[in-house]
Design a protein around this ligand. Structure first.
Ligand SMILES: [Zn+2]
Length: 310
């Protein structure tokens, strides 16, 4: 496959749908209209939109000779799994490991309100979620159930030891000293060959491949499903489904794995919400609703298609 593919030709050849122009030049945008929904691509920007949720592509679509071109890796890794959700392997056990981020001396980000830390809020979110998932029939394990520190590699080893089918790491965000940044982000591991959407250091070696990369499609399906559900409780600033390569807690996972940033503790409005147990209960409910109960769902991940109210 060529590196850059004319979207119109790809859509026609693969039967992925029809292409509709939704914004004219100089900033053209096109919707790929598929039976499962609309995928909107904007020329020269990495932010695409799948049925109302933002998704960060690996490469900004290009505009050549009056045509939109999308990178073949994006088509394979970011578009195909969503418009054409492949069957997930049926797990014999339905075990989920929840990972409340940070703990112990790793307090995570402090709340801009001056009291409370990420580690306390992630643990409470995990407890609430654990209860809901257990009631849905999941077997749930938490990487920590108190204020203790655990290395990232031990969080991965914990999931392995408990033979987890899914791994979910829970965090809250910070853009300090910027108090304006707000919204939800959902991360999965960057597919090989693709640049990440978030770098912690300058290093982002796209040639690297990790054990979790075998779940690229399931990671993205899971991330999109969780993110869509979460947007219903905090959708004003959709920061989108994103890929990162440096997240040690994800890349060593031998199972689909996702990390959620449930809002900004550096933003006074969101910090107030996060400090409210009712908001953390809503976060837990949103995640639980996105995870089909074992036994009721044995095929593809259920796609939530309800409209998002902002
Ligand atoms: Zn964190």
């Amino acid at each position: 496959m060529d590196l850059w593919v004319p979207l119109r030709r790809w859509a026609a050849e693969t039967g992925a749908g029809t292409l509709r122009c939704v914004a004219p030049p100089p900033s053209p945008a096109f919707a790929l209209v598929n039976t499962n929904g609309d995928f909107v691509f904007r020329v020269h920007t990495r932010v695409a939109n799948w049925n109302g949720l933002d998704l960060q592509l690996g490469f900004a679509p290009q505009w050549t000779n009056g045509q939109i071109y999308v990178h073949s890796l994006d088509l394979r890794k970011n578009v195909d799994p969503l418009i054409n959700p492949s069957l997930r392997p049926v797990a014999s056990h339905r075990i989920i490991v929840l990972d409340p981020g940070h703990g112990g001396i790793s307090a995570g980000t402090p709340s801009v309100l001056g009291r409370g830390h990420e580690k306390d809020y992630t643990l409470d979110w995990a407890f609430r979620l654990s209860e809901l998932l257990a009631a849905q029939g999941w077997q749930v394990f938490l990487t920590r159930t108190n204020d203790c520190g655990i290395s990232l590699s031990n969080r991965v080893a914990f999931a392995e030891a408990h033979r987890a089918d899914l791994f979910l790491s829970l965090h809250f965000n910070s853009a300090a000293p910027d108090r304006t940044q707000a919204g939800l982000e959902t991360y999965c591991l960057t597919p090989r060959g693709m640049p990440s959407n978030l770098l912690r250091t300058a290093e982002d070696d796209a040639s690297l491949s990790f054990i979790n990369n075998q779940f690229d499609a399931a990671n993205l399906q899971l991330a999109a499903q969780l993110h869509r559900s979460l947007l219903r409780i905090n959708g004003q600033h959709d920061r989108g489904v994103r890929h990162a390569r440096f997240l040690g807690v994800l890349r060593g996972q031998n199972r689909p794995a996702v990390l959620i940033e449930g809002g900004y503790l550096s933003n006074p409005y969101e910090a107030r919400r996060i400090a409210d147990p009712a908001y953390r209960q809503l976060l837990a409910q949103a995640v639980a609703e996105a995870l089909p109960a074992p036994g009721l769902e044995s095929g593809p991940l259920k796609l939530l298609k309800e409209p998002i109210s902002h």
